[in-house]
Design a protein around this ligand. Structure first.
Ligand SMILES: C[S@@+](CC[C@H](N)C(=O)[O-])C[C@H]1O[C@@H](n2cnc3c(N)ncnc32)[C@H](O)[C@@H]1O
Length: 394
């Protein structure tokens, strides 16, 4: 059958059949195993049978048809039973096609679980964020480049960058640290399209970009020496779920490296009052979308609770005195566009409020550019080791 295998498992307690991997049968007989498990599960449960395809990486037409045949068989053999099929957008065509089938089969419920799976998804996985990500990485890298070594990264390691955005960090890291393997995962199609275009333009073919959900990664356990996730736990409403997946894919003894912000500590003097007001306001706007832009200093507790060893935490203080002024100003200019555009629209700000936000961000830019001004953007960096013996608590 298919070159890449699948697994199928019936979890009786949950009334759930979980199919993972690549489902690419070449002939109906290739589906015998799945058919047996599905039919057996159908006979063994009442109410709802869950068919979990969240971790399916590939599905071909024959596989799709076989799953529909199962729905039809169940309709006849167990008319009272409902089948809830959970599918992700990893297979872009599948949620819509299953939904069309559900219109004709009342026993089938289709859940497209990652279509609107976190409250900030619309404003984050959006190409309006691309200029923000580009300008940010350009100034952060200058500080982070050497720091990564202090947090345990070494040439030749296997690395995963989870929530990689537009992939610029993976490109920089690849150049500086020459990893043996680097996988970069994100759930935004526009960002991954951007990342793969950049890789093509730069003649890079060894960064493995992967579409996926960081809370349910399509990567095997204990694969990587060094797992990074930058500025992302803070935008996802359940950061612990991502962190548990980072632990799972990290080998025992490997390290997990995180960065996050503390938005309310952004500072600019003079004009510190409008600057402080604005960042507090942005923090609140983001909080209303399930984000926590004060997550940076909280990482230590979470990593401790999850059983990490040798936790290191520190701040990078980006200032207008240690960073190229124009580059720092460009970051805040990109925030201005994003905050007064996407973010204000998503959170329903009035025109007056938008003008106040614009003024505050321009005041920050003023303090960055001012000869006698002092402006900062602190970032929290934390890393920890996955214990060698006992698994980190899950
Ligand atoms: C603020 S951006 C940071 C991107 C990149 N790490 C950087 O530092 O430029 C947050 C990223 O997290 C991604 N993201 C958020 N939740 C995710 C999830 N559950 N699965 C995969 N990606 C996710 C978004 O698509 C976005 O690219």
């Amino acid at each position: 059958m298919a070159t890449k295998p699948y697994t199928v498992r019936f979890i009786e307690n949950d009334q759930e059949v979980v199919i993972t991997g690549a489902l690419r049968p070449q002939a109906p007989a290739d589906m015998d195993g799945i058919r047996r498990v599905l039919d057996g599960a159908c006979a063994a449960v009442e109410g709802i049978l869950f068919v979990n395809l969240r971790k399916l990486r590939y599905l071909n037409h024959l596989g799709f048809v076989e799953l529909i045949r199962f729905v039809e068989r169940a309709e006849r053999s167990a008319p009272e039973l409902r089948i809830k099929l959970v599918i992700s957008s990893v297979i872009p065509w599948a949620p819509r096609r299953f939904a069309m089938i559900a219109d004709r089969h009342p026993n089938l419920i289709v859940e497209h679980y990652d279509r609107a799976f976190y409250p900030g998804q619309g404003v984050i996985e959006n190409d309006a964020l691309i200029p923000v990500l580009r300008t940010q990485t350009s100034i952060i890298w200058h500080h982070e480049r050497h720091l990564l070594r202090e947090h345990g990264l070494r040439p030749g390691m296997t690395v995963a960058d989870v929530c990689c955005g537009i992939g610029d960090f993976a490109v920089l890291l690849r150049k500086e640290y020459k990893p043996a393997r680097i996988v970069a995962v994100d759930h935004s199609r526009p960002f991954l399209a951007y990342a793969t275009q950049v890789a093509r333009d730069f003649g890079i073919s060894d960064i493995e970009y992967q579409y996926g959900d960081a809370t349910s990664l399509l990567l095997a356990d204990e694969l990587f020496d060094f797992v990074t996730s930058r500025l992302s736990l803070q935008v996802f409403n359940e950061p612990e779920k991502i962190l548990r997946e980072l632990i799972r894919i990290c080998r025992p003894g490997g390290r997990i490296y995180l960065t996050n912000e503390m938005m309310s500590h952004n500072y600019g003097y003079p004009r510190h009052e409008t600057v402080a007001w604005t960042y507090n306001r942005i923090n609140d706007m983001c909080a209303s979308l399930g984000m926590d832009l004060s997550f940076g200093p909280k990482m230590y507790s979470l990593m401790t609770d999850l059983g990490f060893e040798d936790i290191k935490i520190e701040t990078i203080e980006i200032t207008n005195r240690n960073t190229v002024v124009d580059d720092f100003a460009r970051v805040i200019e990109s925030w201005e566009d994003y905050v007064t555009g996407e973010l204000s629209t998503a959170t329903g700000q009035t025109p007056e409020m938008i003008e106040r936000l614009r003024t505050g961000l321009r005041d920050h830019i003023y303090t960055i550019r001012s000869r006698r001004g002092y402006a900062t953007w602190p970032l929290y960096i934390a890393s920890g080791r996955r214990p060698v013996r006992a698994r980190a608590a899950t």
